[in-house]
Design a protein around this ligand. Structure first.
Ligand SMILES: Cc1ncc(COP(=O)(O)O)c(C=O)c1O
Length: 405
């Protein structure tokens, strides 16, 4: 396996003739999700940290980091999507507008009585399934969660602790998604999957809109002054696609440049962009990477269309990019805050650091316009969602052997 960071600058014809719809990512749509999230007890915007010492060290104007380790008690942004999609599903069943169903009404016994028993099903590397299980428990409903081969037992326990029936299955993420859909069909479960495919788009779109709260909060924290560059990570590309859609809908031609970081072993978006054909290309196999959240080899069709048409660059990142980012954030330069960022969360910071500091990246850096005037927004999408693995990496410099986990 080639163990080198690869980068693709997106200058294809698609960026000149975009076709991906932006309306679902307009402020009017995304604010509905944020208003629902605001009604959840314990809701608070996650912090946006300014990192002046790191920006000075890297020679850019500013670096701000959105820290999703503090999202409710779940340590990752993912619950924003699952919870909102489940809420929208229920609103639709009750023939009501989501604005009429704030969280306390949504989770009330009255609503449960009308709905009767519902089982929500999903496949997850950890974070999404935990969010679905958490929301199902609030709704006093059931959840079934499957995790792909190689998933962390700690993350499985965290999902079971939220009340889900959960297991690790002997197949990769994308095959587990297909199996979940089959099981759901058989048992009458509602699939809450964080990726779209032909014929399954409504729930994934709601999930993407739910993630939008993170971007609306960030812009508010930046006093509506958009950054020049935004670094996002991607598994199937639902989150990155949302960020791209939201920024494009809001700022048009003046939007920030979006840079997408993927795990090398599951770099379906990078490969799809590189092919310049416009169609998404799938990556198969075991997809073992330290970035568990990014170990998905088949793109979300809605997310891919947005990224193909509007993103500025795609990075295929070996594991060392993520572990580099974890150490930078966990061992801050004097004056910067300490941030606990897990494997999938930290890859964007690792990528930024390498793009700026590596002589091999000079041309890419220049093409992206990364320089002393850059105002950068980096998203850290998770904290230590597997605390032991976090320590093994940060204390011992150990890139996990997947046999051990
Ligand atoms: C922590 C974390 N970051 C990023 C992602 C990537 O999101 P997406 O699959 O929408 O690309 C995930 C997905 O599970 C995740 O758990």
């Amino acid at each position: 396996m080639q163990d080198k960071l690869q980068f693709f600058i997106n200058h294809t014809e698609f960026t000149e003739r975009p076709t991906a719809p932006l309306k679902p990512f307009s402020y009017e749509e995304l604010i509905k999700a944020l208003n629902f999230h605001r009604s959840i007890p314990g809701y608070a915007p996650t912090p946006l940290y300014n990192l002046p010492a790191l920006s000075e060290k890297l020679g850019v104007k500013s670096i701000c980091l959105k820290d999703e380790s503090q999202r409710f008690v779940l340590k990752a942004f993912k619950v924003l999507g699952g919870a909102y999609a489940m809420a929208r599903h229920i609103a639709e069943k009750l023939d009501k507008d989501i604005s009429e169903l704030p969280f306390d009404v949504m989770t009330s016994d009255e609503v449960r009585k009308i709905l009767k028993e519902v089982t929500f099903a999903t496949t997850t590397d950890g974070n999404h399934g935990r969010g679905v299980a958490w929301m199902a428990r609030q709704l006093k409903q059931k959840s079934v969660v499957y995790m792909p081969k190689g998933s962390s037992p700690e993350r499985l326990t965290a999902i079971r602790n939220e009340g889900a029936t959960a297991e690790i299955v002997d197949m990769n993420y994308d095959d587990a998604v297909r199996m979940t859909a089959e099981q759901a069909e058989k048992h009458g479960w509602i699939v809450v999957q964080d990726t779209a495919w032909e014929g399954y788009e409504k729930i994934p779109l709601w999930i993407m809109q739910g993630y939008g709260s993170l971007m609306l909060e960030s812009l508010e924290q930046l006093h509506q002054v958009p950054p020049t560059h935004v670094f996002v990570q991607a598994g199937v590309g639902s989150f990155a696609g949302m960020a791209q859609g939201m920024l494009t809908a809001a700022y048009g031609e003046n939007r920030p440049k979006v840079i997408v970081a993927e795990a090398l072993i599951a770099d379906c978006l990078y490969r799809s962009a590189l092919s310049k054909k416009g169609d998404a290309i799938a990556v198969g196999g075991d997809l073992q990477t330290v970035m568990a959240g990014l170990a998905c080899g088949e793109a979300n069709s809605i997310g891919w269309d947005l990224l193909r048409d509007y993103a500025n660059g795609f990075a295929s990142c070996p594991d060392f990019v993520a572990t580099h980012g974890m150490r930078i954030l966990g061992n801050p330069l004097a004056g910067d805050p300490r941030i606990v960022s897990g494997e999938s969360g930290a890859v964007t910071t690792g990528l930024l650091s390498i793009l700026i500091q590596s002589p091999a990246m000079a041309e890419t850096r220049q093409q992206l316009g990364l320089n002393q005037d850059s105002r950068i927004l980096v998203i850290s999408t998770e904290g230590d969602t597997d605390p032991q693995r976090y320590l093994d990496i940060v204390w011992d410099g150990e890139i996990p052997s997947f046999k051990k986990y």
